[in-house]
Design a protein around this ligand. Structure first.
Ligand code: ZN
Length: 180
C-alpha cells in the first residue's frame, strides 16, 4: 500500500515529549506508537518495546536538527547521516503542475519505527529543500520548546504559536518593569 507522509510529522513526533509538562512523555508503551502512526495515516505492523526505544532515540536526534543554535553544516551532516539509514521505499509525486515532493511508499510489512522515522525524515528533507535548514526551529518561549518550520517570508519567526509569542512578550514586559 502506498501512503503519503503528512506535513508536520517531525514536529508532531517531537511533541510526543513535552518538556513543559509534569509528565512530558506521551510514548509510554508500544500501543502509543501504533496510535501515533494511526493518527498520521501511517499503516504499520504493531510496534514492540524495541521499536519504541528506537523511536525515542531517533526523536532525540531529530530534536537536535530543530535546534537553531546548531550551525547549518552540522545540521546538514547530521541529517545526511540519518538519511543513510532510510529503508522504506520513496517516490516523487506531483503537488502542483510544476512542483513535486518526495513521499513515503511504505508497505504494511514495515515496522512502526521505520515508517515513522522515514516519514519524518522525508518531511524534514522537503522542508529543508523548500525553506532552508536554518528554518527548522524550536519555540523560544520557555518552557515551551515545540519544534516548527519557519515558513515566514523573512525567516524571523521565533515562536511556535501566537499564544507563545504573547506569553513571551508579556514576560519580557514584566521583567523590564521590575528592572526600572
Ligand atoms: Zn511555543
Amino acid at each position: 500500500m502506498t501512503q503519503s507522509s503528512s506535513n508536520g510529522l517531525a514536529e508532531a513526533l517531537l511533541k510526543t515529549y513535552e518538556v513543559a509538562l509534569a509528565e512530558p512523555e506521551h510514548l509510554n508503551d508500544p500501543g502509543d506508537l501504533d496510535a501515533f502512526a494511526d493518527r498520521h495515516g501511517l499503516t504499520t505492523r504493531p510496534a514492540d518495546e524495541n521499536q519504541l526505544a528506537s523511536t525515542k532515540r531517533f526523536r532525540d536526534s531529530l530534536r537536535r536538527l530543530f535546534d537553531a543554535s546548531t550551525p547549518d553544516p552540522v545540521r546538514l551532516s547530521a541529517l545526511n547521516q540519518m538519511l543513510d539509514g532510510i529503508s522504506v521505499g520513496v517516490e516523487l509525486i506531483p503537488v502542483s503542475e510544476e512542483r513535486f515532493c518526495l513521499t513515503l511508499k511504505a508497505t504494511s510489512d514495515d515496522t512502526a519505527f521505520t515508517v515513522i522515522r522515514d516519514a519524518c525524515l522525508i518531511d524534514v528533507v522537503n522542508a529543508a529543500e523548500r525553506y532552508g535548514l536554518n528554518r527548522l526551529k524550536s519555540c523560544l518561549a520557555e518552557p515551551c520548546r515545540d519544534a516548527f518550520v519557519d515558513m515566514s517570508k523573512n525567516g524571523s519567526r521565533r515562536f511556535c504559536s501566537t499564544r507563545c509569542a504573547n506569553r513571551w512578550h508579556v514576560s519580557q514586559h514584566r521583567a523590564r518593569r521590575q528592572n526600572n
